[in-house]
Design a protein around this ligand. Sequence first.
Ligand code: FAD
Length: 467
Amino acid sequence: MPRSTTLLHSDVVVVGGGVAGVAAAIAAAKTGAKTTLVEAGPMFGGELLTGMCINGGLNARGQYVNGGVARELYDECAKMGGLIGPVHDFRLICYVVLDPEIVKIAIPTLLDRYGVSPLLYSFADDVVMEGNRVRGILVGSRDQRWLLTADFFIDCSGDGTVAVMAGASYELGDVNGTLQPLSIMYRMCGVENGPLLSFVRDHPENLALGESDYIRAGRTDAQLAEELYKQGEAAVFFKANGPLLQNAFRRGELFPTALIMLYPTSHARKEVCVNVTRVAENIDGTKTDQVSRVLPRLMQQVMISACFVKKNIPGFENAAISAIAPRIGIRETRRIVGEAKLTGDDARCARKREDGVAKGACHIDIHGAGQEQIRIPVGNGGSYDVPWGCLLPKNLSNVYIAGRCLSSDREGHGTGRNMGNCLGMGHAVGTAAALSVAGGLRDIRDLPVQRLRAVLKEQGAILDGVY
Ligand SMILES: Cc1cc2nc3c(=O)[nH]c(=O)nc-3n(C[C@H](O)[C@H](O)[C@H](O)COP(=O)(O)OP(=O)(O)OC[C@H]3O[C@@H](n4cnc5c(N)ncnc54)[C@H](O)[C@@H]3O)c2cc1C
């Protein structure tokens, strides 16, 4: 049945209601813009709904490096008992975890508080251009088609879909076009921390520990495992080259993987998030048919790995799968080419910049096939700045980007894609878009970055210091 097209005008349209998009929409609306947030799925939150930990929001010293909207989200979740952290992994980073069920409540609450107009079940599939300006975005929903017009658009689709439809250039994968594996996250409840952490303390040879000099600080694995034990949280990384997993691979009891990563998601449910599954066949995450074909194998891996941990890891004996992520996790697709690039060197050197609009603190994290994974710490247990130009696509006048599709080299992407950074980047572009509307500006480059930084700081963003 042909659907009618409804015209809807806003000051700012944000495409993608995941981590960066939610932050962008809240920031734009808070800063005074009439804002619409478009999400293809049935719920806002993107990867925040899986239960994985929020990396890059704190440095390895345990200091927050992103405030503002990120802080507001954490506080909203904390009010409902849905924030755990800061948690130390005694490996590379500190992080926080939000209970994904509470995130489902917190995000609509915040969007509603600031008057963001939500559009769920709505996929942006075309753009109307005038030169290098997007005039409108065409969005298909269950019952109708929308033409969303706005002064400024923010692409938080993860894949840079809007920017690419509008003509932006992008890069993909490594020099050979290799992309990171796809995974599906799941959670298990009924996990007993006592036996799990005793096992950790007694068998440090199984754990990934002290992978940064700052965290190692001359300590042995046994000493670091003792710290994990004392921390009392199910924040555990079983490494591929430890005896537990090596024996499992040899016996054929577990598929090849780099780590079994556990993060606590709810004390009340005794629940952890399990990050272990992977299909590394250079799947292009923007290709629906390629991604869809992977689902049965990922689901088999969920079952295989859940049985493995129940049988082999103390504390899991009575655990059960409590949730599986609502979608396949895609780590890497397009990196939009912007006015600047975040690089691996920025992370290694913990580089600070006068044009920084957000911070990151997660290690460079690039998953490979089988047991492979590159993990390179941020220098000196510190943080780096994301330059403003990483969020400004070249050759487009009114489209910002934020989130996983940021302008970066591959290593820069390996760190910048993490959720702490995404919240900070989203905050920056949302505020910038609203300020640009209020100032009658026409181009994303017209807003002086020092003015943006000043307003972001007034809004609680952390842009100075933190090592
Ligand atoms: C398996 C896996 C494990 C990870 N582990 C961690 C971790 O432990 N810690 C960490 O911090 N980060 C982790 N990451 C990285 C991090 O989760 C993502 O890089 C980050 O969530 C990206 O945020 P985003 O806002 O750019 O995209 P997303 O959170 O993916 O949001 C994008 C949203 O846009 C919507 N969308 C896409 N296209 C359209 C369209 N055309 N129209 C409308 N809506 C659209 C999607 O439905 C989605 O909701 C992991 C990622 C994966 C896949």
